[in-house]
Design a protein around this ligand. Structure first.
Ligand code: ZN
Length: 113
């Protein structure tokens, strides 16, 4: 399961920081997940609860910001949400689209005590 290794990597980062700052407990973790990042937010939640049992992150709140899949047309500069994976400008019909959002997958912040 892809989400399991992703969640483990996320927690490795958080635990590493927490240890260096001599934190005892992780209270909250906030993630940013793009709709096209390849992971499913609900699966991350499920894995997070499972992996954090009996660790310093047990019971921590997991907040996930989901980012829409967006692009910008290189021809007319229109920005738009990409639907149905179609890289096509809704204004001028160009297929020269720069992806501007939706691929994110990172830890934005977390709280410890
Ligand atoms: Zn366009």
């Amino acid at each position: 399961m892809h989400e399991l290794s992703v969640t483990q990597s996320i927690l490795d980062i958080v635990f590493d920081h927490a240890r260096r700052h001599e934190s005892k407990k992780i209270l909250k973790v906030r993630l940013v997940i793009g709709k096209m990042s390849g992971v499913v937010a609900d699966s991350i939640r499920f894995c997070f609860d499972a992996i954090t049992k009996e660790t310093m992150a047990e019971g921590a709140a997991l907040e996930i910001e989901e980012v829409a899949y967006t692009g910008k047309c290189a021809v007319c500069a229109r920005s738009f949400e990409i639907l149905n994976y179609t890289l096509l400008c809704p204004d001028c019909g160009s297929t020269d689209i720069e992806i501007t959002g939706g691929l994110e997958l990172y830890v934005k912040e977390f709280e410890t005590e």
